[in-house]
Structures are given as structure tokens and as C-alpha cells.
Design a protein around this ligand. Structure first.
Ligand code: FNR
Length: 376
């Protein structure tokens, strides 16, 4: 029985009052099994849910009588000037929710001045995404391939297509399927196969196979997982700065800095990697402390509002990435929806900054927050 849903709209729907409203609306646009796949975390969704709950551990001090009329949300990040601190996180297989897939997202990113991080597992080829992104800022999220030549080929293509950094995601060597997606009977459609890769078909997120009698984890998935030598090799191979995504432990972050990694993204893959890992927000202060004040540090996991972004910035992030919200908006209204969600997030952040007495991102710090469960 086909699951009847609305086709994506060609306009921003009425009645959207905040960025998170797209989460409510997208149920009418995404078939239930697909929604289960996109929304799901790994295992029992503990880390996915913890990502959201962690924002409730902090409250924001309102501050009075400050002049913020010269305020703005600009920042310098990795040598680039950005007008606001929202990036679009790499999210695979966007054709699942819109026929234009990542080219829609890329257009929205360029229009709203948001840096786009395109996934290795995009439905559209990275060159098409670059064309749609035009003179926007874009980074390429790189998954190490089983063969170095294939990894190198992806890096070369990203360089040629105007991507300004490589973001190596390291927390997803083992892809445990979402239990809710399994229970909902989700199957990746054949036409959503990874547009950048010939060998990796639509089953990219499925559990790996292993030779008979061997562990599907240790001799299967982990055999292809990269190590420090591979990261060092990649850095020597490319002229682009190399970032690492998926850092939670402070020691891993410090190692990245010491080994010449350009910056790290505190992330647990939106709760889709190790179920039971700390919430991203809970890990953030320790990572900032480990790398020092001047090291580029991005954050993702559970950002649903400008106020959430404020808390992440206060706890040490230079900027934040938006994962699922981007997909919900894409499903509802394509590029317009993604642009709208970025605009709403920025306005929500500005309102939060103004009420907290912060005129610029540099004014936002731990002093702006109070722990919710401790006496003030
Ligand atoms: C992801 N994420 C992800 N990360 C990555 O490095 N490469 C990828 O291909 C994908 N694919 C992907 C697909 C889907 C459906 C989701 C929900 C997430 C993780 C993503 O970049 C980001 O870390 C999280 O989505 C952030 O959490 P929120 O914003 O979704 O709560």
C-alpha cells in the first residue's frame, strides 16, 4: 500500500512560527518508515534523546539595560567570514525526502550564507551540489573508503569542485541500524543510492558482512576503519584543511589538535552511532577545555532552536551544525524550506542574544548560563 504524502511545496507554508515547527509538519510529507529512518538514533535512542534533553540542563540569564543596537551574528571561521553561526550538517541520501535532494539544500545554503557540509553519501554527486551552491561556502564530509585510491579520488573531486575543507567523520565505522527504522520496515529505495560512489549502493547504512566464522564487527566493519596513519596520510595528500567530526572525549580532541587537524566537530552523529554515548552538549565543555580557547570547535546534536545554538556557543562552540531540522524543512518546501529554517534559527538566536545582553557572538560565554538543576 503506497504511503500517500504531500509532495514538497513550492512555497513556505503558512503557520510556521519557529524553526522546530518543521518537525511537526514533516510528518505530512515523509512516509512513516522513511521518517523512522531519518529521525531514529542507534539502538534504543538513548543518545539521540539525551542530545535534546541536555539543553534543558542549562538556563540562560536575561540581562537588562544593555545597549545591543550595534549587535550582529558575524564570525570568522577557518579564514572565512560568515554572517551567522549556522552550518548545514552532512546528511546522507536527501533524495529520500525531495527529488532535488542536496542541490536544493545547497541553493538554500548559498542564499542564506550558511556553510554547507556535503555528505560523501549524498544522493546528488558532489559536483552537482557545488554547481547549485555556486559561490556559497562548502565543505566536503569525507568517509574513508576501503581503498586509499578511492578516498584520494573523492578528495581530489572535492578540491576541484570548490570545497574549502574536508570533514572526516570518524564515529560511524559501525553503522547499527535504527531499531525503529527496522521495525517500521524501512528499505532504502534503489534510486537513493550514493551519488558519489559506484561501489557503495543504497545499503550503505546496513550492517556489514564478514567472512564465515569471523566477527561482523571486528573483522567486518572495523577492518575498513581508518587509524591515525590514514589521517596523517590524508593531510599529506590534500591541500585542504582536514577537520574531524564525531569527537566527544577530551583526549581525542587534544590528539586532533596535536596532530595538525584544523578543527573538530563535537558530535555523536545525532545519536546514530554509539547508543549510550554522552549527549553532545554534555561533552562540549570538556572538549573546549582540552583544546584551549583558540582552537576551531564546532558542535552538533539536538539543535532545534536559536536558543539551543546560544547554549552551545556559550559552552564553547564557535558555530553549530543543523542536521535533522534541515531535512524536515527540505521535505516540506525544498530549498525555500531550508532557507526559511536558517532564517528562523538566526532570528531566534538574535532574539536570545538581545535578551541575554549579548551584542556579538564574542559576548556569549559560560557566564550567560546557569545550571538548571542547581541553586542559582
Ligand atoms: C546524519 N549524519 C551524518 N553525518 C555524517 O558525517 N555523514 C553522513 O552522511 C550523515 N548522514 C546522516 C543522515 C541522517 C538521516 C541523519 C539524521 C544524520 C549526522 C549529522 O551530520 C549530524 O551529526 C546530526 O544530524 C546532528 O544532530 P541533529 O541536528 O540531527 O540532532
Amino acid at each position: 500500500q503506497p504511503d500517500a504524502r504531500h509532495a514538497p511545496l513550492a512555497q513556505i507554508p503558512p503557520g510556521i512560527a519557529c524553526a522546530r515547527d518543521y518537525e511537526l509538519l514533516c510528518e505530512h510529507f515523509i512516509p512513516a518508515p522513511t521518517l523512522a529512518y531519518l529521525a531514529g538514533g542507534a539502538g534504543h535512542d538513548r543518545t539521540r534523546d539525551a542530545n535534546l534533553a541536555a539543553f534543558d540542563d542549562w538556563t540562560i540569564w536575561p540581562r537588562l539595560l544593555r545597549d545591543v543596537t550595534h549587535g550582529h551574528t558575524r564570525l570568522a571561521l577557518a579564514g572565512a567570514e560568515l554572517s551567522h553561526p549556522f552550518l548545514l550538517a552532512p546528511v546522507a541520501f536527501q533524495k529520500l525526502v525531495h527529488p532535488g535532494a542536496e542541490t536544493e539544500t545547497a541553493r538554500a545554503a548559498a542564499a542564506l550564507g550558511a556553510c554547507l557540509v556535503a555528505s560523501t553519501l549524498s544522493s546528488a554527486p558532489l559536483e552537482d551540489i557545488a554547481t547549485a551552491n555556486a559561490d556559497g561556502r562548502r565543505w566536503f564530509q569525507l568517509y574513508f573508503q576501503p581503498e586509499r585510491a578511492a578516498t584520494q579520488a573523492l578528495a581530489r573531486r572535492a578540491e576541484a569542485a570548490g570545497y574549502e575543507a574536508l570533514v572526516v567523520t570518524l564515529d560511524a565505522a559501525i553503522r547499527l541500524p535504527s531499531l525503529s527504522a527496522l521495525r517500521a520496515g524501512f528499505v532504502m529505495p534503489a534510486d537513493c543510492a550514493a551519488g558519489n560512489l559506484q561501489t557503495l549502493a543504497a545499503s550503505a547504512e546496513a550492517f556489514p558482512a564478514a567472512p564465515p566464522g569471523q566477527s561482523r564487527i571486528f573483522q567486518g566493519a572495523m577492518r575498513a576503519a581508518p587509524g591515525w596513519a590514514d589521517l596523517d596520510w590524508l593531510r599529506s595528500e590534500t591541500r585542504l584543511p582536514v577537520w574531524v567530526k564525531g569527537v566527544l572525549h577530551p583526549d581525542d580532541a587534544a590528539d586532533c589538535r596535536a596532530r595538525g587537524i584544523a578543527g573538530v566537530i563535537v558530535s555523536n552523529h545525532g545519536g546514530r552511532a554509539l547508543d549510550g554515548a554522552p549527549a553532545s552538549l554534555a561533552a562540549l565543555p570538556g572538549v573546549r577545555a582540552a583544546v584551549g580557547a583558540d582552537y576551531p570547535l564546532l558542535f552538533d546534536g539536538g539543535i532545534r532552536s536559536g536558543g539551543d545554538a546560544f547554549k552551545a556557543l556559550a559552552l564553547g562552540a564557535n558555530a553549530v551544525l543543523v542536521g535533522r531540522l534541515q531535512v524536515w524543512a527540505l521535505s516540506v518546501a525544498g530549498a525555500l524550506g531550508v532557507a526559511h529554517v536558517l532564517k528562523l534559527l538566526r532570528e531566534e538566536l538574535e532574539a536570545c542574544m538581545a535578551q541575554a545582553g549579548c551584542a556579538t557572538l564574542a559576548d556569549i560565554g559560560p557566564h550567560c548560563l546557569a545550571a538548571a538543576h542547581e541553586p542559582l
